[in-house]
Design a protein around this ligand. Structure first.
Ligand SMILES: Cc1cc2nc3c(=O)[nH]c(=O)nc-3n(C[C@H](O)[C@H](O)[C@H](O)COP(=O)(O)O)c2cc1C
Length: 190
C-alpha cells in the first residue's frame, strides 16, 4: 500500500476487538518498524511498555476513571465524559487485548513530537497488519504517575506520550463509513 492510500484508508479508531491477542512477535515488529520516524536532533527519545494482561488493564482503567472524577475542577474537559467515567461497564481500553505505551525522555527537547510520530506510524502499520488501534488519552493521568511508572520499570525522567490500544478488530469499519469527517480549516499561503 502506498503511503497516501494508507493515510486515507486508515480505518476508524478501533474500539471493538476480537479475543485474539496479537503475538509478541507481531507487536515487536510493529514497534521496531514504527521507530523509523524522524526525531529532533535524532534523539530517538522513546521507550515502550506493552501490557497484555486484561485484568491489569481493567484496574488501570478503574483507577483512571476514579482519578478523572476527582479532578473535574482541574480537568473540566472531562465533564463531557462524566457519565462514562461513572459507568462501571465502561473500560477506557475497551477490553483491548494489548496496550502499547510510548514514554518519552524529558531530557530530549522535542520528545512529545518525536514519540507522537512513532504513535502515528504504529496507527498506520497496524492498519497494514490487519490490526486496529486507538490512542487512549483517558489513560494519561494514571500512566504518568510516579508509582505506576516505577511499577512498569519506566525511569522517572520519562513522561507518558501515547497509550495505544491494539488488537484485531471485531468489526472492520472502513474510512468511507466513518461518520467523523474532517472539519474545515485554514491554510494560509503568503
Ligand atoms: C491525543 C488523542 C487522544 C485520544 N483519546 C481517546 C480516548 O481516550 N478514548 C477514545 O475512545 N478515543 C480517543 N482518541 C481517538 C479519537 O477520538 C479519534 O481519533 C477521533 O475521534 C477521530 O476519529 P478517527 O481516529 O476514527 O478518524 C484519541 C485520539 C488522540 C489523537
Amino acid at each position: 500500500m502506498d503511503s497516501i492510500a494508507a493515510l486515507m484508508k486508515r480505518r476508524v479508531s478501533c474500539r471493538k476487538f476480537s479475543d485474539q491477542t496479537p503475538t509478541r512477535e507481531t507487536i515487536d515488529t510493529l514497534i521496531q518498524t514504527a521507530v523509523w520516524a524522524p526525531s529532533g536532533s535524532n534523539n530517538q527519545p522513546w521507550r515502550f511498555v506493552v501490557i497484555t494482561d486484561r485484568e491489569k488493564l481493567k484496574s488501570i482503567s478503574d483507577a483512571a476513571k476514579r482519578s478523572w472524577l476527582e479532578s473535574l475542577d482541574t480537568a473540566p474537559f472531562i465533564r463531557q465524559y462524566e457519565k462514562w467515567m461513572n459507568d462501571p461497564a465502561y473500560n477506557i481500553f475497551y477490553n483491548a487485548p494489548a496496550l502499547i505505551i510510548i514514554y518519552g525522555d524529558s531530557a530530549a527537547h522535542w520528545q512529545v513530537y518525536d514519540c507522537s510520530m512513532v504513535a502515528q506510524n504504529i496507527n498506520l502499520l497496524a492498519e497494514e497488519g490487519g490490526l486496529g488501534c486507538c490512542w487512549i488519552g483517558f489513560a494519561h493521568n494514571v500512566l504518568n504517575e510516579a508509582g505506576v511508572k516505577l511499577e512498569l520499570g519506566v525511569p522517572e525522567q520519562y513522561e507518558l506520550v501515547a497509550p495505544l490500544i491494539i488488537g484485531y478488530p471485531a468489526v472492520i469499519k472502513e474510512r468511507t463509513e466513518n461518520p467523523i469527517k474532517r472539519k474545515p480549516f485554514e491554510i494560509t499561503y503568503r
